[in-house]
Design a protein around this ligand. Structure first.
Ligand code: NAD
Length: 367
């Protein structure tokens, strides 16, 4: 049987720096766990624009459609700020998401014990936190028609339309229930059924889907209450399923409960491919961090943890994903910190490569 395939798109700024550490981790799994991947690399974002005049070449798009998973670093940077909207680096990422039809965005908010004092909340509220937010990514108010700024009488009116079909709600719900089955079997669906018809439909469809998942305990919450509960008592949640707009806001809010952008992975999943696994793009939540790019300061953990998600959701290697996450936990517990994880009271930060060294040593120790 051929090896699973992985397309690496390191992108811009700190993207290539953090990705080089992930490449070492991938190599480690090949050398030590017999897990070999057919890894190919290509350009995205500003790097692709510099070479091809577009932020994602058609050939790269075609490759992304064929592989088992895509791992992306970050795109963007000040050099590209004045480009036309149609060729901005971010358009490369949007094209990948759109053409791969990645409708479920998975954003874990997991608090590593060693970093619990980094949260803006009290340590006891976040220690051991482990939430997964599933955000519907390809529909809702960001895409609904009509949209635009129109003249009405003697003033302008801005219009966006919240629109969800049953099937759009359903496929995301199934992804969320499947995840809940692999976790603590609790799912909280969030909408505004009190004031929005799309919310009423959302609640109905999620309830219908739940009949296929009798083991999962389903609850419903208005999204504004959800925001309050996330900062009041975040550990009450296991999996949260919500729409594109609410998910955008709630997932950022939940992510910050855990402290640093440099620690946050994400996955975007689409429909199952012939092998039964979903189309998938894995990427850190952070951007290209132009303020520290090229200085060897970036924290590679978010990108490494994105690869751990790929191990779990694309390659069926949950045990190895646990091993990698435990290595990150150990390194942090040992006090190894990149600059973004330093407290005001000092210490010496390690470089991106030194963080990679520490991760590999922790992986060695796990054998
Ligand atoms: P950013 O995430 O790049 O950086 C925000 C802050 O967090 C910066 O101070 C940065 O140094 C720090 N930071 C981020 N990741 C870090 C890491 N791994 N280690 C240490 N520190 C880290 O967001 P921004 O500054 O708003 O955007 C910069 C560029 O990135 C822009 O061009 C933006 O469009 C782009 N961007 C891309 C993505 C993506 O590729 N998915 C996401 C967000 C922003």
């Amino acid at each position: 049987m051929s090896n699973p395939s992985l397309l690496i798109l390191a992108g811009d700024g700190i993207g290539p720096e953090v990705m080089s550490q992930v490449q070492r981790v991938i190599g480690w799994f090949g050398d030590n766990r017999g897990l070999n991947f057919d890894v190919s690399e290509d350009l995205v974002g500003g790097a692709a624009y510099d070479k091809h005049g577009v932020p994602l070449h058609d050939d790269t798009m075609a490759k992304a459609q064929e592989v088992d998973a895509v791992l992306l670093g970050a795109v963007g940077g000040p050099k590209y700020d004045d480009l036309d909207f149609s060729v901005k680096p971010e358009r490369g990422l949007l094209r990948l998401r759109k053409e791969m039809d990645l409708f479920a965005n998975l954003r874990p908010a997991q608090c590593f014990d060693a970093l619990s004092d980094f949260s803006s909340l009290k340590t006891e509220l976040v220690a051991g936190l482990d939430i997964m937010i599933v955000r519907e990514l390809t529909s809702g108010v960001y895409f609904g028609e009509p949209r635009g700024i129109f003249e009405e009488g003697n003033e302008r009116v801005g219009i966006n339309t919240q629109r969800y079909t049953e099937s759009e709600i359903e496929r995301g719900a199934r992804a969320a229930f499947d995840l809940a089955m692999k976790r603590d079997k609790r799912l909280c669906s969030m909408e505004k059924a009190n004031v929005m018809e799309s919310g009423i439909l959302w609640r109905q469809v999620v309830t219908e889907v739940s009949k296929d998942y009798p083991e999962v305990e389903l609850s419903h919450m208005y999204a504004d209450n959800g925001a309050m509960q996330l900062v009041r008592a975040p550990k009450q949640f296991d999996v949260i399923y919500t729409d594109n707009l609410f998910g955008d806001i709630l997932s950022d809010c939940a992510a910050m409960l855990t402290g640093s952008l440099g620690m946050l992975p994400s996955a975007s999943l689409g429909a199952p491919m012939d092998n039964g696994r979903p189309k998938a793009l894995y990427e850190p939540v952070h951007g290209s961090a132009p303020d520290i790019a090229g200085q060897g300061k970036a924290n590679p953990c978010a990108c490494v943890l994105s690869f751990a998600m790929a191990l779990r959701y694309s390659f069926g290697e949950g045990g190895e994903a646990d091993r990698l996450e435990a290595a990150v936990e150990k390194v942090l517990a040992d006090g190894v910190r990149t600059g973004d994880l330093m407290q005001a009271d000092g210490g010496t930060p390690v470089s991106t490569t030194e963080m990679g060294d520490a991760l590999l040593a922790a992986l060695d120790a796990s054998l």
